[in-house]
Design a protein around this ligand. Structure first.
Ligand SMILES: [Zn+2]
Length: 184
């Protein structure tokens, strides 16, 4: 397994819609392993392929906040969803303060369906129907937004977005500069 680099806003490819997976292969299964490890190491509840630079429609999630890398709490139940589709959603909604590994230091209240039924292929290529409620439903809808190129930054006002973009650009530049100064 390997930890992957998680792309951050305003990386352009995060805003692009992803392509469906035609056939589930060994490469996808390897990618899932790497994405799951990256998700746990980053303390995320979910991770979508565009966040690791691949614009294909798949994501992983595990809202139980376990950490199999933690010897005291190794229980985990990661789900791998390929070409996910919401086939039913509740009228009842839920507002949850969401964060995103691709949007550091940004928390946004987002209103979503409280329950969703999602149809997707699993890592073996089998069609599975998932009934998600509460935090699982929030997480699945957040990850599926990524597959369409929608980010938390699309949920805030244009002014806030512009301020956040400038802040991210400044931090990115600072990171690059501090990296350069270490090159002796
Ligand atoms: Zn996210």
């Amino acid at each position: 397994m390997a930890k992957l680099e998680v792309l951050k806003y305003p990386e352009k490819s995060l805003k692009e819609p992803s392509e469906p997976v035609k056939e589930v292969t060994e490469e996808h299964r390897q990618l899932f392993q790497d994405m799951i490890e990256t998700m746990y190491l980053s303390h995320g509840l979910g991770l979508a392929a565009p966040q690791v630079g691949l614009n294909i429609t798949l994501f992983v999630m595990d809202v139980a906040r376990p950490n199999p890398l933690d010897e005291e709490n190794p229980i985990s139940n990661p789900l791998c969803l390929i070409n996910p589709k919401i086939i039913e959603k509740s009228d009842e909604t839920i507002i949850y303060e969401e964060g995103c590994l691709s949007c550091p230091d940004l928390l946004v209240d987002v209103k979503r369906s409280k329950a969703v039924v999602v149809e997707a292929l699993n890592e073996k290529g089998e069609l599975i129907t998932h009934n998600f409620t509460e935090l699982e439903a929030v997480c699945a809808q957040h990850e599926m937004d990524h597959l369409q190129g929608t980010l938390l930054t699309d949920q805030i006002s244009r002014l806030k977005r512009e301020l956040y973009r400038k802040k991210r650009m400044r931090l990115k530049k600072e990171e690059e500069e501090s990296f350069d100064s270490n090159l002796l």
